[in-house]
Ligand binder design. Structure first.
Ligand SMILES: NC(=O)c1ccc[n+]([C@@H]2O[C@H](COP(=O)([O-])OP(=O)(O)OC[C@H]3O[C@@H](n4cnc5c(N)ncnc54)[C@H](OP(=O)(O)O)[C@@H]3O)[C@@H](O)[C@H]2O)c1
Length: 117
């Protein structure tokens, strides 16, 4: 209790503990929800499944309007159709690339085609 300047007293007769605070307890305001700049393109490797797809939804919900999603199967992955339809209904422009991220030459092509430097 010493850190927040509290005082306490104990009454054994009636079985109550009373705590009073001498100093204000610091209360932090909740941080503002993340708002993303809608202009840039956000690239998510593995962005068509699992955590990557969840990240795509998360970014879209916070204002991202341009997403580049990279996975080896690309749009043919079973889980891709639902994600792409969902992002489309929110007006998000999505570019899908069927590329393994360990393939440097292909990744360079992806980055160049999307205007990344
Ligand atoms: N889910 C969990 O609870 C959990 C917990 C801790 C850590 N992790 C780790 O987090 C990572 C993602 O997990 P997840 O559950 O989201 O997996 P996931 O559902 O299998 O999704 C992985 C995504 O990455 C793509 N991918 C895999 N290898 C790729 C490559 N070489 N190049 C491009 N895309 C690739 C996959 O598509 P393609 O197959 O078409 O390439 C898929 O879209 C994994 O490394 C996993 O071990 C997951």
């Amino acid at each position: 209790m010493s850190g927040i300047g509290a005082k306490w007293s104990l009454s054994r007769r009636i079985g109550k503990v009373v705590i009073t605070f001498e100093d204000d307890v610091p209360v932090q305001p909740a941080p503002e929800p993340l708002r993303l700049d809608s202009a840039p393109t956000y690239l998510i490797s593995g962005g068509l499944g699992g955590f990557g797809a969840a990240t795509a939804r998360h970014l879209a919900a916070r204002g991202a309007q341009h997403l580049t999603l990279v996975s080896r199967r690309g749009a043919t992955a079973l889980e891709a159709a639902e994600l792409l339809a969902e992002l489309g209904t929110h007006g998000v422009q999505v570019h899908v690339h069927a590329v393994g991220v360990a393939d440097e030459a292909q990744m360079r092509r992806v980055l160049k085609s999307q205007g990344f430097r």
